[in-house]
Design a protein around this ligand. Structure first.
Ligand code: HEC
Ligand code: HEC
Ligand code: HEC
Length: 234
């Protein structure tokens, strides 16, 4: 799976708009694209913007730090069942999903509203509890009216709240231990050629294993870049 270059700082949300636009536009994460089954019913409600479903330059969710300038309300009372009953086969503890994974689950858990937007484009549309915009999950055959939560329909993209059948997230990467599990390389290990990722999170030169981790753990974004546009394999 390939990850792409992405700006490293929060202030870059605006600056990076052009390049990430190109990646998200037309993808399944382009929730203004009328070719998608799951999307805003009336993309004009959000000025046809595509970042707005996840980010806003102002007035973002200030209690959620998992992803920059997050523009969604997140139900933090949702409980998740973790992989392996809390332990991997190598004996590593699997914690609850980290904040950045909760950002993904805020659409993919089938409980949180996909159509929650704190700061709507234009003036007067700010609601810290999230505005629920008119939405469709079946390509427009049915419209879920504004004010009603639209959740991820059943299917493989509804990861759900039971994560026992999903790759562990919230799991410490143990490659830097004195006697690491046999399959794990140190976090300073360079990623394969052609692997290009955003920023430098671990201080080691070049894209390394450590750059894929968040707080030393494997999370959803260790394997997927939400801006990449597709769940590519490489
Ligand atoms: C489906 C949700 C989603 C959409 C749509 C989205 N983002 Fe993001 N964005 C995220 C998440 C989640 C993160 C945190 C990623 C991480 O930690 O790896 C993020 C991080 C970022 C970052 C910081 C990257 C870094 O390495 O620190 C920037 C800049 C950004 N997004 C810009 C944009 C722009 C511009 C758009 C619209 C063109 C956009 N995003 C659309 C979910 C989204
Ligand atoms: C704003 C809501 C939202 C957020 C936040 C979000 N997604 Fe999605 N994602 C969707 C929707 C809607 C689809 C399309 C699902 C479908 O068609 O069944 C999707 C599809 C996907 C796909 C399949 C892509 C494809 O081309 O088949 C992957 C992989 C994915 N998301 C991963 C993530 C990850 C990882 C995160 C967090 C970094 C994330 N998503 C955050 C709404 C979201
Ligand atoms: C260790 C890597 C890894 C982690 C961590 C991971 N995924 Fe995936 N994910 C994959 C791979 C590989 C695929 C493609 C599977 C396939 O083609 O059957 C995938 C597929 C998906 C799909 C598309 C499902 C489909 O078959 O169309 C979604 C949605 C998704 N992941 C979301 C998430 C979310 C949300 C998280 C965090 C809770 C997550 N992933 C964590 C590797 C990962």
């Amino acid at each position: 799976m390939k990850r792409l270059v992405f700006g490293g700082v929060i202030a870059a949300v605006g600056i990076m708009a052009t390049s990430s636009f190109a990646l998200i536009a037309g993808s399944k994460h382009d929730l203004s694209n009328t070719a998608n089954m799951i999307r805003a019913a009336n993309p004009a409600d959000v000025n046809n913007e595509i970042c707005v479903f996840c980010h806003t330059p102002h007035g973002s969710n200030n209690t959620f730090v998992g992803a920059p300038l997050w523009n969604k309300a997140i139900d933090t009372t949702v409980t998740y069942q973790v992989y392996g009953g809390g332990t991997t086969t190598a004996g590593t503890t699997v914690d609850l999903p980290g904040d950045v994974s909760r950002a993904c689950l805020s659409c993919h858990d089938g409980v949180n509203a996909i159509n929650s937007i704190i700061n709507l484009p234009g003036s007067g549309g700010w609601n810290s509890a999230g505005n629920l915009i008119a939405f469709t999950t079946d390509g427009g055959t049915t419209t879920i009216p504004a004010g009603t939560a639209a959740t991820m329909p059943p299917g493989i993209t509804q990861i759900g709240t039971d994560l026992r059948n999903d790759h562990p997230v919230g799991v410490i990467y143990r490659g830097d231990e004195a006697s690491p599990p046999a399959s794990l390389v140190p976090t300073s290990t360079a990623l394969p050629a052609g692997f290009v990722i955003a920023g430098d999170r671990d201080g080691n030169p070049g894209p390394t294993v450590g750059d894929l981790l968040r707080a030393g753990k494997v999370e959803c974004v260790s394997c997927h870049d939400p801006h990449l546009g597709e769940n590519q394999h490489s």
